[in-house]
Design a protein. Structure first.
Length: 142
């Protein structure tokens, strides 16, 4: 590359463009990963323990589930309730902010059902994948 071309590229990088915090991009950064919408959807049904979430969400690793739960808690989308430090009984539930995401997820679901082939609704996903232990848990709560 000759000197003239190098100078053109250098000039582009020196130009300052102010960074704007786009609300859409900021929102997507908060929960738009492969697994966070699934976690939010399952927790929309009620509080769940870590192992119930792990058994219910197909193909998620323990590491990713732990990381996402911590991130969702740090972003105030879920609440971590620790009941007994000795037995380490912990449940996760959606915060009010997390519950407000369900409107967005339902709109995304509706768009996907209309425009993407071979997808299922949130409700069908939850009812078909919820583990028997978790189903018994929900029956006892209701």
């Amino acid at each position: 590359m000759n000197q003239e071309n190098k100078n053109k590229f250098a000039a582009r990088h020196e130009t300052y463009v102010p960074e704007y915090n786009c609300s859409v991009i900021a929102t997507l950064r908060t929960f738009a990963t492969k697994w966070k919408p699934c976690i939010v959807c399952y927790l929309s049904e009620g509080p769940m323990r870590y192992n119930d979430l792990f058994r219910t969400i197909p193909n998620i690793s323990r590491k990713i589930l732990s990381e996402h739960l911590k991130e969702l808690e740090n972003d105030s989308l879920i609440i971590r309730n620790q009941f007994d430090t000795k037995k380490q009984r912990v449940e996760y539930e959606l915060s009010e902010t997390g519950k407000s995401l369900m409107v967005i997820l339902e709109q995304l679901q509706d768009w996907g059902l209309r425009n993407v082939d071979n997808v299922v609704s949130i409700e069908k996903m939850i009812t078909e994948t919820l583990s028997p232990k978790a189903k018994n848990y929900w029956r006892s709560k209701n």
